[in-house]
Design a protein around this ligand. Structure first.
Ligand code: ADP
Ligand code: MG
Length: 163
């Protein structure tokens, strides 16, 4: 796949999604455009992080039934094969990130994969220099505001579109 390292229009700054499917589709779009790298997902419980990651798996080419890409509630991480592996980590159940978990995170972030970390703000000191931060906020009307910020440098491809 041709790498388009300088698509200045992606990622968007902030998008409102009015239903779960729109959040999932935003994840699909990002999954198609991701190169290997780390994504930090933050926002309250139920804000839509896992919904988004399901789309991410789909956009990366993960082909199993959607329920297979559920939240890794009882394990720290799950991996889904695709164009690049998607490593889905959820730190919600961890009270503290000890050195062992930190080393494991560090190692995982170095892999040739897309690594999406829910509650990644709990492991800020372990985050790599470059990552994509996505913040999910409940809006009063039930929709979600989804804001993107690149920390350091990241490149995205054109998702196979001819635009
Ligand atoms: P999180 O992983 O952030 O805790 P989930 O993705 O597991 O959140 O859950 C989000 C919940 O909110 C789901 O029950 C989903 O159906 C609901 N929901 C309502 N509107 C939206 C929206 N615009 N985007 C995502 N989820 C939404
Ligand atoms: Mg979740």
């Amino acid at each position: 796949m041709a790498a388009m390292a300088h698509d200045k229009t992606f990622p968007p700054h902030r998008i409102i999604t009015s239903d779960p499917d729109a959040t999932r589709r935003l994840g699909v779009d990002l999954g198609r455009r991701m190169n290997a790298g780390v994504i930090l997902l933050e926002g309250a419980l139920g804000a839509g992080k896992t919904t988004f990651v399901k789309g991410l798996a789909e956009g990366l080419g993960f082909k199993q039934a959607p329920r297979e890409a559920g939240s890794p509630t009882f394990v720290l991480s799950r991996e889904y094969p695709g164009r690049l592996p998607l490593i889905h980590i959820d730190l919600y159940r961890l009270d503290a990130i000890g050195p062992e978990t930190g080393d494991w995170l560090h190692e995982t972030f170095g892999r040739q994969a897309v690594t999406a970390v829910e509650w990644g703000e709990r492991a800020l000191e372990w985050m790599p220099r470059d990552y994509l931060r996505i913040r999910f906020d409940h809006q009063d009307d039930g929709s979600r505001a989804i804001a993107f910020e690149v920390l350091g440098q990241m490149s995205f491809n054109n998702g196979g579109s001819k635009k």
